[in-house]
Design a protein around this ligand. Structure first.
Ligand code: WTA
Length: 658
């Protein structure tokens, strides 16, 4: 550690609260504390502030319809188009030559789309989709890496009122098929490949394997040729080349379709407690209002800014805060194709300097990696353009927070630690950067208008400092409306736990544990269900388990999250082999392969521990908590209530000396 680092540690370690710098406050989009009170007093009408940031085709007259709880409707009688709001209206404002998307490929090639360029391409692709037969309300699946064609395709769908369902490109072909099947999606947009650490990866082969496993007819597949001569791929019968389609529709214009506020804008599949991913449904009016408002209030985005969120568009963070929020505000959003350490560990800082990035939003797992690599990488670059930093996806430990504050923000940028979920659509708990004192490790108070609380199992608010469960007691515009074609599971998963339907009390349960302090600051502790968070990616342990038991030779499996310095959590798999199979390296390799095939490399088990038995309660339930403690080498509580207490020692020994 350098002298400067030692000094920082000493000075910052003690400091528990940080004020936003005056230079930031002076220019902040929101800097008047009275906003909290104002929103509370005027709830739910306060949310017109968000809705009024959009251009509506037909003005809404009702803010919230709660006549059929928990199926809320926001701005229900209004109509609008999301693509119009993210593109056309900026042309009319005289900003057609402002840069909408700055894209940088991993190898260093760049593409720049002004709002006018984006308008042209989105229109042309919308016309192409129509020609392929896509109609309003048809779900179009996208399986694409970070190429500009992804947001273009999303906005083209929004333009013609066809909901998109984006599947993260790192997911396996099986995961793609599962999602296309669940959404009855008959259209796919994909690309031939992309670069990772300098290598050209074949993506279309994975897509084709997925298509083979789709259980219904697929009308059309569009393939963008990203790699050119690097990769030869041939198109099949129902497959079309992106560039050919665009050439056919050169200059075409498609009027934005008038969508009801409650009409679906997109579906996003996310992991839950069962083996089946959940199709989270987001709407046009409420979602777009909410991400626009939070991009303005929390990310402090101005149209003049260059804003960069380093997430992947395949996750909700990319949907809300690379595509919809920033473009709705008419700013410049940066997209980077590759990894942060290619060709060197300063790649992100090189980009911040090159594009003079004003606002940077990333995940704690990335920050922990930067920290491990050392401060000399950011120090090689001029990062003084930065005004605000953000984090999302998992808890950030105070040490990582302080490193980010010092080495990336130069102690001059506020940090917003934003808690939210795929289901919430946008940010829910965070400080407002121009107002709130920051406390490293604690996300902050709920945003204005958001009624988040920390409660005990009976739903009573816990005392400051005590751990409990996070709940949201009032609806908000960005909330999911249901799980696709599964209202029942929607109610079960999110509302049953803390609501009292008899009393007409509906409480949303995000399945996170949390603490609250005397100032009302919430520290989110992590999931309390069987979902783990690996490098900020949400994975269902049941999904991984079902992949493992699908491997020949495996009788039973239990998956838990083990603590990890950089990734936050990693996958620990405890496996019982089938009679006649050895606990061999070959089986271990097949298990890892099985998980990669079913879900993708992100879910690959870090540890596979063979065991003759799993610790179970007398009623036969696997004691996951115990397996987690073993993975983390923690003190084990009372194990005498187990049906098979002896197994614990065995497993413990194996984890310590694999
Ligand atoms: C976790 C990502 C602590 C949490 C936007 C949540 C966080 C899950 C934070 C949602 C944060 C997200 N502090 N934990 N600032 N942000 N989480 O759906 O457990 O991929 O439930 O949405 O990530 O993950 P998802």
């Amino acid at each position: 550690m350098s002298d400067a680092d030692v000094e920082l540690e000493a000075r910052l370690e003690e400091q528990e609260a940080f004020e936003p710098p005056a230079s930031f406050v002076d220019q902040a989009n929101v800097s008047d504390e009275s906003i909290y009170e104002e929103f509370e007093e005027n709830w739910p009408d306060c949310w017109t502030q968000a809705a009024d940031m959009l251009d509506w085709e037909r003005e809404y007259t009702e803010v919230l319809d709660d006549s059929d709880e928990p199926f809320y409707e926001w701005f229900g009688d209004g109509t609008l188009n999301a693509s119009y709001n993210c593109i056309d209206r900026h042309l009319e404002d005289g900003n057609k030559n402002r840069v909408a998307i700055k894209w940088e490929g991993e190898l260093g090639e760049t593409r720049t789309y002004t709002y006018q360029d984006l308008y042209r391409e989105v229109n042309e692709f919308a016309a192409a989709l129509r020609e392929l037969g896509v109609e309003e309300d048809d779900v179009v699946t996208m399986y694409m890496p970070m190429v500009p064609e992804l947001p273009i395709a999303m906005l083209a769908c929004a333009r013609i009122g066809a909901p998109h369902s984006v599947v993260f490109a790192g997911f396996s072909s099986e995961a793609l098929a599962t999602r296309m099947n669940a959404a009855d999606s008959e259209y796919l947009v994909t690309c031939d490949g992309y670069y990772r650490r300098g290598d050209a990866l074949d993506h279309v082969e994975k897509a084709n394997e997925g298509l083979d496993a789709v259980d219904h007819g697929v009308e059309a597949v569009v393939v963008k040729d990203r790699l050119g001569d690097e990769l030869d791929h041939s198109l099949k019968g129902n497959q079309y080349d992106w560039d050919d389609l665009m050439a056919d529709h050169l200059g075409d214009r498609v009027d934005p379709v008038e969508r009801g506020a409650e009409d679906m804008l997109f579906l996003m599949y996310t992991s839950g407690t069962t083996g089946k991913p959940k199709g989270v449904k987001h709407t046009t009016g409420g979602y777009l209002s909410y991400v626009t408002w939070t991009s303005h209030a929390v990310l402090d985005i101005e149209p003049e800014d260059t804003y960069w969120c380093s997430a992947d568009i395949g996750w909700i963070t990319g949907h809300s805060y690379i595509v919809y929020g920033p473009l709705s505000l008419g700013t410049t959003t940066v997209m980077y194709e590759g990894t942060p350490d290619y060709p060197a560990r300063d790649r992100l800082w090189e980009l911040v300097e090159k594009y003079s990035v004003d606002i940077f939003y990333t995940a704690p797992t990335a920050i922990r990696a930067f920290m491990k690599w050392g401060s000399r990488f950011p120090e090689e670059h001029d990062l003084s353009s930065l005004r605000l930093l953000g984090t999302v996806g998992e808890p950030i430990n105070p040490r990582a927070w302080k490193w980010y504050y010092k080495h990336i923000g130069g102690e001059e940028c506020p940090i917003v630690d934003t808690w939210w979920q795929t289901e919430t659509g946008g940010m829910m708990v965070t400080t407002l950067p121009g107002i709130g004192t920051m406390k490293p490790g604690s996300a902050g108070p709920p945003l204005p208008g958001i009624d988040a609380r920390v409660v005990d199992t009976n739903g009573h608010e816990v005392d400051a400092g005590r751990a409990g469960y996070l709940t949201v007691d009032k609806p908000w515009p960005g909330m999911l409306r249901t799980l696709y074609k599964n209202d029942e599971r929607f109610v079960e998963e999110y509302w049953e736990e803390y609501s009292d339907p008899e009393e007409d009390e509906w409480v949303y349960f995000p399945e996170d544990g949390a603490k609250i302090d005397d100032d009302g600051y919430i520290t989110v502790l992590g999931r309390v269900d069987d979902v783990i968070n690996v490098s900020g990616h949400r994975l269902g342990t049941m999904e991984i388990e079902s992949a493992i038991v699908g491997v020949e030779g495996v009788a039973e499996a239990a998956v838990v999250g083990g603590d990890h310095e950089v990734k936050g959590e990693t996958v620990y798999a405890y496996v019982i082999t089938e009679e006649g199979y050895d606990e061999s390296e070959d089986l271990r390799a097949r298990i890892i392969e099985g998980v990669e095939d079913a879900i993708g490399p992100i879910a690959r088990p870090e540890e596979v521990v063979f065991t003759p038995e799993l610790p179970k309660t007398r009623s036969g339930k696997i004691m996951r908590r115990l397996l987690e403690d073993i993975a983390n080498d923690e003190e084990l509580g009372d194990t005498s209530t187990l049906r098979n207490p002896d197994v614990v020692d065995d497993i413990q020994r194996k984890v310590r000396e694999p």
